[in-house]
Ligand binder design. Structure first.
Ligand SMILES: *Cc1c(COP(=O)(O)O)cnc(C)c1O
Length: 367
């Protein structure tokens, strides 16, 4: 039995009639850039997140860029963030001319360690930018308290965490704004590229709408240098359809995660920890072991796909050589990069497939 790492065709097949109707409507309306389906999706997504406003973008990366533009950072300003994430978290910081200041992660959660964040604060620090990696909430209370105490902004990268909660509240609602990605493989994926910001503040939402559309509120009147970061009408239509399934999909991911955890307990693998008081969105199910590469090829041979998230921490990427970091600067992130392995997890994954993955892992360890 093959177990693909991701099975987008299965999801698209199941939704095909709904998607066809939504896309046909876009074609009929010729509402290709923003338009009524994007506006409707923005309303629904804000409601899903339990906040007042959502602003649609053409990617998660551009949404995060605008999140930092909204805070008027100046060159030399510092943003404290994690080195163990997809690179786009740091792009937003670099795009506004600020400096990413990395802080090591917590070994159990692979998320920013609040105790280390405080030590990295300097007079130039303006923002703390945590990532809810793998769909697991960061420890937001101490991060929000630090932001408050030092007069900093909290901006959440929730690109992997649609529907995750912290102390009963959806992630993304703890800071001034939060970015989401709707890249096709994310928990809520477009049929193409898309992203969003959410926020409670109406003035901020209005400026985000302006920045994504050439810095204009009134056509051909440009208040500030803006961008063409509009969400496509077709993606708004697709996301509107898929959002209706997101709660059920998240429940399925949680069920699969629990099953993996049951089946893999007692193996030498280090399993992913959910922060007490939080409920993960389980974008990924990541296990850790020093023999990661051997395990990966064993599973590959059995027709089981896996992923690496992420093999090179950002402080060791060539593009950030200018920051002057070296191996050993963030040992916990570096160890995670060496031993992390992402197992297949998606709502369409069958119980028998989960069991097959666990059986092959036990086989590898001769259990
Ligand atoms: C996917 C992702 C992004 C970027 O989103 P895109 O829609 O691909 O531009 C940013 N941060 C994290 C943590 C991500 O996983």
């Amino acid at each position: 039995m093959k177990v693909p790492y991701l099975d987008l065709p299965a999801q698209i097949r199941a939704l095909r009639p709904e998607l066809d109707a939504a896309i046909a409507r876009t074609l009929d309306q010729c509402s290709f850039c923003l338009g009524p389906d994007v506006a409707a999706f923005e309303r629904d997504f804000a409601q899903f997140c339990g906040t007042a406003h959502a602003v649609g973008f053409n990617s998660g990366t551009s949404a995060l860029h605008v999140a930092l533009l909204l805070l008027d950072l100046k060159p030399g300003d510092e943003v404290i963030t994690t080195p163990f994430t997809f690179v786009a978290t740091s792009w937003a910081i670099s795009y506004v001319g600020a400096k990413p200041v990395y802080v090591d992660i917590d070994d159990a959660t692979c998320n920013l360690d609040p105790a280390q964040v405080e030590r990295a604060i300097t007079p130039r620090t303006k923002v703390i930018m945590p990532v809810h990696l793998y769909g697991q909430s960061c420890d937001l209370a101490p991060l929000a308290a630090l932001a408050q105490k030092h007069g900093l902004h909290l901006v959440e990268d929730a690109a992997q965490a649609h529907g995750a909660t912290y102390r009963g509240k959806p992630v993304g609602t703890f800071g001034v704004t939060a970015g989401f990605s709707f890249y096709p493989g994310k928990n809520l994926g477009a049929c193409g590229e898309a992203g969003a910001l959410i926020m409670a503040d109406a003035t901020l939402a209005e400026r985000a709408r302006s920045l994504r559309e050439h810095g204009s509120r009134v056509r051909y009147h440009h208040d500030e240098v803006g961008y063409n970061y509009r969400m496509e009408g077709m993606q708004g239509a697709v996301l509107g359809v898929k959002l209706r399934h997101l709660a059920a999909w998240t429940a399925a991911r949680r069920r699969i995660a629990r099953r993996y955890t049951e089946l893999l307990r007692g193996t030498p693998l280090k399993l992913q920890a959910e922060l007490p008081g939080s409920e993960g969105a389980w974008h990924l199910y990541v296990v850790r072991h020093p023999r990661r590469d051997e395990l990966r090829s064993h599973l590959e041979k059995q027709g089981i796909g896996t992923g690496l998230h992420y093999p090179v921490p950002l402080h060791l990427q060539k593009c950030y050589a200018g920051l002057g970091h070296k191996a050993g600067d963030f040992p916990v992130a570096e160890a995670a990069a060496r031993d992390c392995l992402s197992l297949p997890i998606y709502p369409e994954l069958a119980d028998a497939q989960v069991e097959q993955v666990a059986r092959q892992i036990r086989d590898f360890f001769k259990l």
